[in-house]
Design a protein. Structure first.
Length: 255
C-alpha cells in the first residue's frame, strides 16, 4: 500500500509539466557546459539540478553566446552535418573538385579517413594539380598507411610551396619519412619547418631524431624550447600542445 502511494507520487512528479521543462533545461545547460569544458559547472548542474543550471545560464551561457553571436542552442556536430548536406547537394549539381575536397576535410576532422580518402580521390581526379587538394590527400594516405603514395603527393606540394599550410604539409611529409625509416629526410623536413614555425610537435619529433643520432645537446635545446614556449603561449595553444609538452618533459627526465 505504502509502495503504491510512493509510486503514485513519483508518477505525478514525473508527469508534471514544470518538472519536465526544468529537466529539459538542466540537460540543455549540462550539454552546453560539457561542450565548453566547464567541468566544475558540469558537476554542479548534474548533482544540484535546476538551481545550478539557472546560475550557469546567467553567469556563463548568456555572456558566452553574446560574444559568439551564434544560435542559442546547437547540438554537437550539427553545423558539420548541415555542411555535409550542402556539399553533397553541390557535388550532385556541380561536381567541382573543391567541393569533394572540403567534404574530405570534414570527414578527416571527424576521424573517418576511409570516407575522407574517397572524397580526396574524387577531388584529385577532377584537379590533379591543386596543392590544396594534394596536401590533405597525402595526410589522409598517411593515416591509412599508404606511405609511398603519400610521400609522392606531399613532395609534389612541397616542391611548389615549401611553406604550404603554414608548415603542416612539411610536417606530414616528415611523419611519412619517419614511418618509412628515412630518418635523415625526416630530420631535414622538421628542421625546415622550424625555420619559420615553432610547433611543439616538430620540436619533440626532431629532438627524438637528434637523440637517436647521438646529438644530445641539439635534442636538449629543442625540448627546452618547448617548455619555454609553453610558458608564454595563449591558453588555446597550451591546450592544443598539451600532449607534446608532456612528451617533452618525459624526454627531458630521461636525459
Amino acid at each position: 500500500m505504502q509502495l503504491a502511494l510512493i509510486l503514485d507520487d513519483w508518477r505525478e512528479i514525473l508527469t508534471n509539466p514544470f518538472f519536465l521543462i526544468m529537466t529539459a533545461f538542466q540537460i540543455w545547460m549540462l550539454v552546453d557546459a560539457i561542450r565548453r569544458e566547464e567541468w566544475l559547472w558540469s558537476v554542479l548542474i548534474f548533482f544540484f539540478g535546476a538551481f545550478s543550471a539557472m546560475l550557469y545560464y546567467f553567469m556563463v551561457y548568456r555572456s558566452a553566446k553574446a560574444m559568439e553571436k551564434g544560435p542559442s542552442f546547437e547540438w554537437p556536430g550539427a553545423a558539420e552535418r548541415e555542411r555535409i548536406k550542402q556539399l553533397e547537394e553541390q557535388i550532385h549539381h556541380l561536381d567541382k573538385a573543391h567541393h569533394h575536397a572540403e567534404l574530405g576535410d570534414i570527414y578527416q576532422k571527424q576521424g573517418k579517413p576511409d570516407k575522407a580518402l574517397a572524397c580526396y580521390e574524387a577531388a584529385f581526379e577532377r584537379d590533379p594539380e591543386d596543392v590544396d587538394i594534394l596536401g590533405p590527400y597525402g595526410q589522409c594516405l598517411i593515416k591509412l598507411d599508404q606511405l609511398e603514395k603519400a610521400v609522392t603527393m606531399l613532395e609534389k606540394v612541397i616542391e611548389e610551396n615549401p611553406k604550404h599550410d603554414y608548415g603542416a604539409t612539411m610536417m606530414a611529409l616528415a611523419n611519412a619519412y619517419s614511418k618509412l625509416d628515412s630518418t635523415d629526410k625526416a630530420r631535414v623536413a622538421l628542421e625546415t619547418v622550424l625555420e619559420t614555425q615553432t610547433y611543439a610537435e616538430a620540436r619533440v619529433l626532431l629532438a627524438e631524431i637528434y637523440k637517436k643520432q647521438g646529438m644530445s645537446n641539439e635534442a636538449l635545446q629543442q625540448l627546452q624550447e618547448v617548455i619555454e614556449d609553453e610558458k608564454h603561449a595563449p591558453s588555446f595553444v597550451q591546450k592544443k600542445d598539451k600532449v607534446w609538452t608532456r612528451k617533452a618533459r618525459q624526454l627531458l627526465d630521461q636525459m
